[in-house]
Design a protein around this ligand. Structure first.
Ligand SMILES: [Zn+2]
Length: 294
């Protein structure tokens, strides 16, 4: 089962959060039949979104991350809640996969290096906070770190990894690590952290060694006294339902609702996040229109 953890150093200088999202990314790959590069890109974004969602303090808050580059992948979208549960999709799930000479999947090529990363946080007030930065690499982890540095002025280190089986493209391991300097950090703490970060293995390498997410945080925060803030399970969760769709239809005009119907008078809606199909008969649609205008 996937888990996420948040830690802080006792001196209040550094926060670290790590996730093992292997099952989440496995589920995403299966749901969307993702190519290797789409698996890596969406997997990384899901890890980041879970960590960032889990950092929201408000209970019903939602975070939405969207990477849109000029590559063949199209948009990569992930949505998370304040418990770290996530869902997502890729515009072109079958995007071709290229590799670096090192054998690593070239995510930047598929995503494209020119584009934007948008972060939307909705605390439930209906007035979401939106930030947007230019992509710096298209590899996603650097783009997340750059988002925090530029848009929120928080010095951040981000590492995200998805390990895909070379033979069958299945997800073997996926995880992420986010480290942030807090306002209480002094020069000594910064230096110590920089040394640690320079020596860190990739997240999937640490997971493959059998390290727990707590081990990963402690390694990143070596030399500091580490306190665990919280640790909880996380899942791929899509909250779609027939009722929610109906509520959405209620915001549309009569003509727009009728125009969704096919020759048989039926309308079909497919959830982008989990591919669940909802069919509305002619009678269903007319009932909705009647209820809406009642
Ligand atoms: Zn769904």
């Amino acid at each position: 089962m996937d888990k996420i953890i948040r830690c802080i150093t006792s001196d209040g200088a550094v926060m670290a959060s790590a996730i093992d999202a292997s099952d989440i990314v496995f589920t995403a790959k299966k749901l969307h039949n993702l190519s290797r590069s789409a698996t890596a890109a969406l997997g990384r974004l899901l890890c980041a979104t879970s960590i960032m969602g889990n950092m929201l303090k408000q209970k019903n808050a939602i975070i939405n991350l969207r990477v849109l580059g000029d590559g063949e992948m199209g948009a990569v979208v992930a949505v998370g809640d304040s418990s770290g549960n996530v869902r997502g999709y890729v515009e072109n799930p079958q995007v071709e996969t290229a590799y670096y000479n090192s054998g690593k999947i070239n995510v930047a090529q598929a995503v494209g290096k020119n584009g934007t990363l948008s972060v939307m946080r909705d605390y439930g007030s209906g007035d979401p906070y939106i930030g947007q930065v230019e992509l710096v690499s298209g590899e996603i982890a650097e783009d997340i770190a750059n988002y925090y540095a530029t848009s929120e002025q928080v010095p951040t280190v981000c590492a995200l990894g998805v390990l895909v089986d070379k033979e069958d493209g299945e997800v073997m391991l996926a995880g992420g690590l986010l480290i942030q300097l807090l306002p209480g950090a002094d020069e000594e703490a910064i230096e110590k952290l920089e040394q640690n970060v320079a020596q860190l293995d990739p997240v999937t390498t640490m997971l493959a060694k059998g390290m727990s997410i707590l081990d990963i945080c402690k390694t990143a925060l070596q030399g500091f006294e580490v306190e665990v803030l919280d640790e909880n399970p996380v899942n791929y969760v899509c909250g779609c339902s027939r009722e929610k769709l109906e509520r959405y239809f209620m915001t549309m005009s009569d003509d727009d609702i009728r125009s969704m119907a096919d020759e048989k008078g039926e309308a079909e809606a497919v959830c982008q996040f989990c591919n669940k199909k909802y069919v509305f008969s002619k009678d269903d649609l007319e009932r909705l229109i009647a209820e809406k205008n009642a």
